[in-house]
Ligand binder design. Structure first.
Ligand code: 6GU
Length: 277
């Protein structure tokens, strides 16, 4: 997979040299190119932004540097034999970045990222490139970053670990929380390793029992506990068919009941004490 990143802060992408993404590059699974947007400016101040039409706060990144940068990067990539680029536009107003989208992106041969600073990039840039390639506008969560560079690091890491031969163990991401296509997307519960006793704290006994069925059940119950506590929205949206009898008992003990009324809205479960509004 080829990755291009065009940014006014190339140093911000230095983490792509280390850890998992660095290893994927060393193994030849990823070919990363970081470009300085200001290389495509021709004035003394290397200007990349201007005031917004219609007024308002902040600055907008200009069409010209982005257009020239993307034309050059795309031409270079095609020249080097890459094909089917997709433009990835990190923006807080994009669609949510999910594991499902990470899987989709990991199946593409070439991703071109356009992390922006200021109030974003002139819309015409995306309208222009959308005539030639898929454009994914993506947000990594409901908070506002000063720029898209950190989002590029997040997206790249989520995608790189899915590439064949990067994680080492092909099974490793089968049980990821949020792995698509599983029965219920639950948050994973706690994990433990040696020593068995640390500062008077012991390991849950079941994990030392060697009883695989009981261990699997305990892990599943811990996952249900954690998910109801931190991500009740994930439980609400679960079809009751995704749960076995023991799951339903555990949910009931945690105060969750099937909600036939809510089912029409895709809310299959509710807390017992939640009253209809
Ligand atoms: Cl992708 N960019 C910025 N600037 N802020 C964000 C974001 C992206 N995702 C969430 N907040």
């Amino acid at each position: 997979m080829r990755l291009d990143v065009v940014t006014i802060f190339p140093e911000y992408l230095e983490p792509l040299d280390v850890s998992l993404v660095g290893k994927a590059r060393a193994r030849g699974r990823l070919d990363v190119h970081v470009h300085d947007l200001r290389a495509w400016t021709y004035d003394r101040h290397h200007t990349v932004d201007d005031t917004p039409y219609g007024g308002g706060p902040g600055m907008v990144m200009m069409t010209e540097p982005w257009g020239e940068a993307l034309d050059t990067v795309l031409a270079d990539g095609y020249e080097a034999g890459s094909h089917e680029p997709a433009l990835i536009v990190p923006t807080p107003s994009g669609r949510p970045f999910t594991q499902e989208l990470a899987v989709e992106l990991s199946e593409r041969p070439w991703l071109v990222f356009t992390p922006a600073r200021y109030e974003g990039i002139d819309r015409r840039v995306f309208d222009e490139y959308a005539t030639r390639m898929p454009v994914y506008e993506v947000s990594i969560g409901d908070y506002v970053l000063a720029g898209g560079e950190a989002a590029v690091l997040v997206i790249t890491e989520a995608v790189a670990r899915l590439l064949p031969g990067v994680l080492g163990n092909a099974e490793s991401h089968r049980d990821d929380s949020f792995a698509p296509g599983t029965m219920a997307n639950l948050l994973e519960g706690p994990v433990y390793t040696k020593p068995p006793r640390w500062r008077a704290r012991e390991i849950p006994e079941v994990l030392l029992s060697g009883h695989h069925g009981k261990i699997a059940r305990w892990r599943r119950d811990e996952a249900l506990k954690r998910t109801t506590a931190f991500r009740p929205d994930l439980i609400e949206r679960c079809d009751p068919k995704a749960f076995d009898k023991k799951d339903r008992e555990t949910l009931s003990a945690l105060g969750w009941v099937p909600d036939p009324e809510g089912e029409r809205y895709g809310r299959f479960w509710r807390r017992v004490d939640d009253v209809e509004e």
